[in-house]
Design a protein around this ligand. Sequence first.
Ligand code: OSB
Ligand code: MG
Length: 369
Amino acid sequence: MKLQAVELVRVRMPLVRPFRTSFGVQEGRHVLLVRVITDVAEGWGECVSGDVPSYNEEWADGSEQVVRRWLAPALFALPSLDSARVLPSLGHIRGHRMAKAALESAVLDAELRAAGLPMAAFLGGVRDRVEAGVSVGITGTVGELLDVVAGYLDEGYRRIKLKIEPGWDVEPLRAVRERFGDGLALQVDANTAYQRADLPHLLRLDEFGLLLVEQPFEPRDLAAHAELARRGSTPVCLDESIESAADAATAITAGACDIVNIKAGRVGGFLEARRVHDVCQAHGVPVWCGGMLETGVGRAGNVALASLPGFTLPGDISASRRYYETDVTEPFAVVDGHLRVLAGPGLGVTVRDGLLAELGAVRDTLRAV
Ligand code: OSB
Ligand code: MG
């Protein structure tokens, strides 16, 4: 396959409701989509970096620049291209995994479209639908939180994840358990908001029978996560700490995680995400598919990834309308508590050019010089 052009598409997507986490409030996303044009087919990828470098070091404007200046030129320079070669060919550029993942997704999508093979089948998926879970932001009041959770349960979500931070943990959890009962599949995500000194406080979460507590401490502090895992009964899950399959092996060996949240963007693409899955499976560690408020482009890949056998817990995989009034692809819906794995070639979605235009998307095509 020969790479002919890389198109960068920037579009501002307002969220249907603000999303508050321990690192801030988000009203929308300045999405970066990448389209590759090759001699055999075209393909799409979504860069999941946020507007602000707070989840990790990447941010969407920076991702766009690194694709323009370094990543796309490196791929144009290759005599021939295939998806397995994308990440290794970009090894001389440190980090920027989300930008690399977007390019890899686009190349893989093009390759699979040309071959007529769906992404899920290529990755080794074993399910034709995946359980829908939803990540619920921090709200102004506990009453508001209960209303939001009730709304999602009415829509059929199978599992609720609450964002927590110091001052917003025990009280909302108690209220949610009281209102919805012990049968509700419930977990929490702190996005690194706690300090090691908070460990005794975090042990109080054990009384709520949670599926897991996600990333309470700094990404590099595996020891703190290991101590929590040892002393508490709630399974510890890592998100921000895991940037590769090697990281997953290290964290598991250190006793720092019982469960891993896999996000293709965070680890450099769907191929590395599958390697993380494989490492976890070999260690008997369950995984689930995280989300980064993706549009339909990224969501299609997430659903395909979540169809792999080791994804035994419901992911942060929600309907398009949980995020956006109108999606850039055909919208994903929750049916009977699940999202359907797409059966078309590649990602299986069609990007709606007319809608991108309506949303005021800015598009720019890069070519080999
Ligand atoms: O930590 O999982 C996270 C969104 C943006 C950045 C980080 C996270 C999240 C979510 C939302 O929790 C998951 C989703 O896409 O629904
Ligand atoms: Mg998380």
